[in-house]
Design a binder for this molecule. Structure first.
Ligand code: TA6
Length: 307
């Protein structure tokens, strides 16, 4: 069953228009703000209307795949630290305007629910980010951004940029996924062996990855990685998370470690030990150009297995 009754706000209206019994339900989040709760086959996921941000993905067996800071709150005007923040229409610092926020401006914007679907095995919600009319930039009124979260025996997140204009639009982007681990010191990121990466902590030098990525200090790297998959092996929890992707030529790996965590101030006590970011992106030396009237879609699928 699919619904796309225009747009909705308010929990009762959202449930009337887009609720799907046993699959899609809108509720108040303990973080403050409205979320969509997806359930399918014993798995659960939560998507905040703020930022179109996935905050939780719990497979049918096991614990949450995503990490969210214990200090995270919705509606503060700040991006939520954790889950899958959407970085758009630029990744990192703004290419030319230092007064703009890092990672674009959609993480703190209220997105609009525009669709939901449920079957016996799957639940899906679609949110659209209205381009803020008060922004006077190259993109104003020329693009529409949508996020689709589909939960079945895996979680797939699709980020779609539609170019509404008659000119090509440049884009960098990321699904900035915070994965939960038992202990970062016993975790390894694999699937990137042999790839070149930009080391953002060493003058943006280009280096080559030898073996799996281990962590004993801050790591902040952009891998030239056309995919299809990276993984995190978590020895502490006996879990392997696989991230499969499409239309993404970059993978960002980041752990802030101790000093950066203290500077950020919102990681919570020892937060750095419990997370690693493996981000599905087009950034660094990669620039996407969305053709006039065209659409660019990037997806990531998360799956967890225990050993
Ligand atoms: O993706 C890694 C990174 O660019 C880091 O350099 C760090 O800034 C992180 O993103 C978090 O950025 P945020 O704006 O969410 O604090």
């Amino acid at each position: 069953m699919t619904s796309s009754a225009g747009t909705s706000t308010g929990i009762d209206r959202l449930n009337a228009d887009f609720g799907r019994p046993g699959a899609v339900r809108f509720a108040d989040s303990p973080l403050g703000g409205i979320v969509a709760e997806l359930t399918a086959g014993g798995a659960r996921a939560v998507v905040a209307l703020q930022g179109g941000q996935v905050l939780s993905y719990v497979p049918a067996a096991g614990r949450d795949v995503l990490w969210v800071s214990p200090l995270a709150r919705l509606g503060t005007g700040k991006a939520v630290r954790g889950g899958i923040p959407v970085c758009w229409p630029w990744f990192g610092p703004h290419p030319s305007n230092p007064s703009e926020p890092a990672h674009g401006f959609v993480r703190t914007v209220a997105w609009t629910v525009t669709g939901s679907t449920s079957t016996a095995e799957a639940a899906r919600v679609v949110l659209t980010c209205p381009y803020p009319q008060d922004r006077r930039d190259a993109w104003a009124g020329k693009a529409e951004l949508a996020l689709e979260a589909s939960l079945a025996d895996q979680l797939t997140v699709r980020l779609a940029t539609r170019n509404l204009s008659n000119e090509a639009l440049p884009l960098t982007e990321a699904l900035h996924t915070y994965l939960a681990v038992g202990d970062i010191a016993a975790a390894t990121v694999g699937g990137l062996e042999g790839l070149d990466y930009i080391d953002k902590l060493d003058r943006n030098m280009v280096k080559q990855q030898a073996g799996g990525i281990r962590f004993a200090a801050e790591v902040d790297r952009i891998y030239a990685d056309p995919g299809p998959a990276a993984n995190v092996v978590d020895e502490a929890w006996g879990r392997r998370i696989v991230l499969s992707k499409t239309s993404s030529a970059s993978t960002v790996v980041w752990n802030p470690w101790i000093a950066k965590s203290e500077r950020l101030g919102d990681m919570g006590p020892d937060g750095y030990r419990r997370m690693v970011c493996v981000e599905t992106a087009n950034c660094g030396d990669v620039l996407v150009t969305v053709p006039p009237g065209g659409t660019h879609e990037m997806t990531v699928t998360l799956a967890a297995e225990h050993f």
